[in-house]
Design a protein around this ligand. Structure first.
Ligand code: SAH
Length: 223
């Protein structure tokens, strides 16, 4: 990739990106590592070129296949939630989508594992990570309701699509003192963003507020 493309111009310039970071701070994101990760990952390279000029607005954007790249504020909230006490080393993400949340995590933790059910999104996200030199992300085309048993346990799990109930495989694959952040609720409408902590085998839950995600759907899709 040409350096100019990564740096961005005009609506994707560093100044535009810094404005987004300032907005996230105003909205209550305080973790400086998280803010820095969002500052350095070029969100405009995770959306279609036609939408690049809107990439640093604090909004979700379409990525095809009826899916969306999450709003930067929500990405920051979820990332902050799993980093409250210490920095996790191994993180599992369910719902790769554009690969943006995985890239933000990859800037912060040792190893990211991410699972996507729609093949073209999985392939595109993998290509993007390679181009950006993000070598600490492993991608899998699968139904994320099953987690990724081969690499469990995880210090943290981030789910970016909403089930009506939390899949038990995800809490099972959480390490002791691990954290799981997940939107839970009916497939359409408003979900609750839940933060779960595993402590001595039992699970504590905290409600972080209302969010709106695409549904977590079972099964793989090849198109
Ligand atoms: N984290 C993404 C947001 C993607 S939207 C980003 O940063 O861009 C949610 C994604 O979850 C979609 O790509 C959708 O296909 C995927 N998804 C939905 N159900 C899934 C499942 N059971 N397993 C894996 N991925 C799933």
């Amino acid at each position: 990739m040409k350096p100019r493309q990564q740096e961005g111009i005009g609506m994707t310039s560093q100044r535009t990106r810094d404005r987004l970071i300032a907005r996230l701070q105003t909205r209550g994101i305080h973790n400086t590592r998280v803010l820095e990760a969002l500052r350095v990952i070029p969100r405009h390279l995770f959306v279609d070129e036609a939408l690049a000029s809107r990439a640093y607005e604090d909004i979700a954007l379409p990525i095809g296949h009826k899916q969306t790249i999450s709003q930067p504020y929500v990405v920051a909230c979820m990332t902050e939630a799993i980093m409250q006490e210490n920095i996790p080393s191994k993180v599992l993400e369910i719902g790769t989508g554009s690969g943006y949340q995985a890239a933000v995590l990859a800037a912060l933790v040792d190893q990211v594992y991410t699972v996507e059910r729609i093949e073209p999104l999985y392939l595109q996200a993998r290509r993007r990570a390679m181009r950006l030199g993000l070598h600490n992300i492993r991608f899998k085309l699968s139904d994320g309701c099953w987690g990724w048993e081969g690499y469990a346990p995880f210090d943290a799990v981030v789910v970016t699509a909403a089930p009506s109930e939390i899949p038990s495989a995800l809490t099972d694959q959480l390490a002791e003192n691990g954290r799981l952040v997940i939107p839970v609720g009916q497939t359409s409408g408003i979900q609750k963003l839940m933060l779960l902590r595993k402590s001595r085998g039992s699970i504590e839950q905290e409600n972080l507020g209302d969010v709106s995600f695409v549904p977590l759907v079972q099964g793989k899709v090849y198109t």
